[in-house]
Design a protein around this ligand. Structure first.
Ligand code: GDP
Length: 295
């Protein structure tokens, strides 16, 4: 279960608060110290955890909260609101272009779940009545094109591929194909690497310039915690991404990535992925995630 450790620790801290009835400022401060430690153990970025608990304390020691009949309840409500705001508030969706197709460039490190989530996204869009086209632009991993074809077929979305030709050319041709055949979404699967390197970034930059994407979505693996936040920061600096697909939320993730990415990069998590099946993708809702963390 993801976030289990964090949820349990927060719940213990709040139980203590509830048992107190009326709260003093030091009760709140002690609880926030515990919350901060729990966040750090869940691999939340240090600065993010510190600023978050600072904001919560500031609001919670206000007169209105301390004088209320249920101060502990009020503190928990503030924690919920601040966690929601931290992850992006109301949540963000795909952008709409002035003219279709919407072009979505998917990027990320090898193994993060890019190809899987390109197909999941196609499946989701199809079920919403759209006509997505997938483009296979990961030409270095021999099995990647085949993998996308197999998953695309299951998702009911065609796959545009030109073998191992320059992927930037393939992307350009895919845009034309999408226009010619009335696809309103084009999802471009790109090459990954084990680490960020200049060659990969150069290719992604050229691709961005060539197709002018509506959205650049970075797939990041929730299981790698803080490291995923570093990856997101670097990709964003080099590519100016528009959002993140957080993958592998079915795994035993501690929560750090979900909680830190927006605060550190300024870019929202737009989708949350779990499992290897096509229906394992949903729009990311910060409020639901906060409630899940607060149990
Ligand atoms: P890519 O290299 O980024 O294109 O990654 P893939 O899409 O090939 O995924 C790498 C591996 O992770 C594959 O075995 C996928 O089946 C698996 N995978 C992808 N997304 C998820 C997920 O959300 N949860 C789980 N448990 N496995 C996933």
């Amino acid at each position: 279960m993801p976030f289990e450790g964090l949820a349990e620790k927060l719940s213990n801290s709040f139980k203590k608060l509830r048992s107190k009835g009326k709260l003093s400022e030091s009760d709140v401060k002690e609880a926030m110290r515990e919350v901060r430690l729990a966040l750090l153990e869940a691999d939340v970025n240090y600065k993010v955890a510190k600023e978050l608990t600072g904001r919560i304390t500031e609001r919670a020691v206000g007169e209105e909260v301390m004088e209320s009949l249920t101060p502990a309840q009020m503190v928990i409500k503030i924690v919920n609101e601040e966690l929601t705001a931290l992850m992006g508030g109301t949540g963000e969706r795909l952008k709409s272009p002035a003219h279709p197709p919407a072009i979505i460039l998917l990027c990320g490190l090898q193994g993060a779940g890019k190809t899987t989530h390109a197909a999941k996204l196609a499946y989701m869009l199809k079920s919403q009545g759209h006509r997505p086209l997938l483009a296979a632009c990961d030409v270095y991993r021999p099995a990647a094109i085949k993998q996308l074809q197999v998953m695309g077929e299951k998702a009911g979305a065609p796959v545009f591929e030109r073998g191992t030709q320059d992927p930037v050319e393939t992307a350009k041709e895919a845009v034309k194909h999408a226009k010619d055949y009335g696809h309103d979404y084009l999802l471009i699967d790109t090459a990954g690497r084990l680490q960020i390197d200049e060659e990969l970034m150069d290719e992604l930059r050229r691709m961005k310039e060539a197709v002018n994407p509506t959205d650049i979505l970075l797939t990041v693996d929730a299981m790698i915690g803080q490291e995923s936040v570093n990856v997101a920061k670097t990709f964003d600096e080099l590519l100016d991404i528009t959002g993140v697909i957080l993958t592998k939320l079915d795994g035993d993730t501690r929560g750090g990535a979900a909680l830190s990415i927006k605060a550190v990069t300024g870019k929202p998590i737009k989708f949350a992925g779990s499992g290897e099946k096509l229906d394992g993708l949903e729009a990311f809702h910060p409020d639901r995630m906060a409630s899940r963390i607060l149990g």
